[in-house]
Write a protein that binds this ligand. Structure first.
Ligand code: GDP
Ligand code: MG
Length: 338
């Protein structure tokens, strides 16, 4: 499935049907009273957050969303039928902006959340509505009101608790596949993850948290190089970043590169709590590599930070990693009053 997280669409609610002018024509009543019915209301455009939808792809193929118009009123005081609502299912985490004013209209962050985005026009009154004692034959009716219409921009931001972060090849997708049922693409070359993947991590006591694996960041990502920058917005809602670093070469430089990219992207990302993880700890054998890890630990300590070692291959350090991530996530959740 193609992952699409930005679309622009035009949405229009149905117009109200027109009220009509009509007269009762019945046997023995040549001059019957007014009998023009009201027009029906136009249908609304409604957006619903549906947990089974994961991409905005469908909307690429229907850039115009139109709800049904209300029917005109009928003779003999018949109401026109109301137009049907147009209900659009969207991924949870979709933000809906007015493209012309840039105003955030709604954030579909809750499963099942339902929002009327464009309201249908009211049907017009038929002439029977205007009859009064002093005006028994009104020969006018109201037209239906037009339905709301607007240009919209939809932007999907994934709803995850933990965001995996790091250079391509750091082992993010492998970690996700080991701790959850998600099966992201894994290979020993960079950029295998071209779309974000979500995995649910089950913890003791029936608790769980959601981890997002987004395509790797590379240097210059915030200037639009590479793939990472395009997907960084998906990390903005997480509670904690899990920054994976391979245990080779200059760890400090790689750590700083990623942190710099975050700074350039948004103040929000850089201020999120982070857990720093040295991945692939099973590959650390040579003393030279150990030295580079020691340097990195010293560097972190100066900044009041620390890191953990972990191997997705041997599962060393994995349980402790999940415990720490779980603690950060569950602590941030509002405790219930039990
Ligand atoms: P990503 O680009 O950060 O998603 O990295 P991947 O998960 O695709 O992993 C990149 C490569 O590192 C793959 O060949 C993995 O098999 C390998 N790898 C990942 N985790 C470990 C680990 O814990 N130990 C070892 N030895 N290799 C790993
Ligand atoms: Mg990957």
């Amino acid at each position: 499935m193609k992952f699409i997280d930005e679309v622009k669409i035009f949405a229009k609610a149905g117009d109200g049907g027109n009220g009509i002018v009509a007269w009762l024509r019945e046997k023995f009543m040549p001059q019957g009273g007014p009998a023009g019915g009201d027009g029906g209301n136009g249908g609304n455009v409604v957006f619903v957050a549906n947990p089974n939808i994961h991409s905005l792809l469908d909307l690429r193929f229907q850039p115009k969303i139109l709800a049904e118009n209300g029917e005109d009123g009928g003779k003999k005081n018949q109401f026109g039928h109301a137009g049907a609502d147009k209900v659009i299912n969207l991924p949870v985490g979709t933000q809906v902006f007015d493209e012309d004013t840039n105003e955030l209209i709604t954030d579909l962050s809750e499963v099942g959340q339902e929002v009327v985005i464009c309201r249908g026009g009211k049907g017009g009154w038929g002439n029977n509505r205007f009859a009064t004692a002093s005006r028994q034959s009104p020969d006018y009716a109201y037209s239906g009101r037009p339905g709301d219409q607007r240009n919209l921009r939809l932007s999907l931001k994934l709803m995850a608790d933990v965001g995996l972060l790091g250079f391509p090849n750091a082992g993010k997708s492998t970690l996700l596949s080991v701790i959850s049922a998600a099966r992201p693409k894994i290979a020993d070359y960079p950029f295998t993850t071209l779309v974000p993947n979500l995995g649910v991590v089950r913890r003791p006591g029936g608790k769980h948290f959601v981890v997002a694996d987004v395509p790797g960041l590379i240097e210059g990502a915030s200037e639009g190089h590479g793939l990472g920058f395009r997907f960084l917005k998906h990390l903005e809602r997480v509670r904690i970043l899990c920054h994976l670093i391979e245990p080779e070469g200059d760890l400090i430089a790689r750590y700083e590169t990623i942190r710099n990219e975050l700074t350039k992207f948004s103040d929000l990302l850089i201020s999120l709590p982070e857990l720093i993880v040295i991945s692939k700890s099973d590959t650390v054998t040579e003393s030279e590599q150990k030295a580079s890890i020691k340097d990195f630990e010293k560097y972190l300590k100066k900044a009041g930070k620390s890191c953990v070692l972990m191997s997705a291959a041997t599962k060393e350090g994995l349980e402790s990693l999940l415990t720490q991530l779980g603690a950060a996530v569950f602590e941030a959740q509002t405790p219930d009053n039990s």
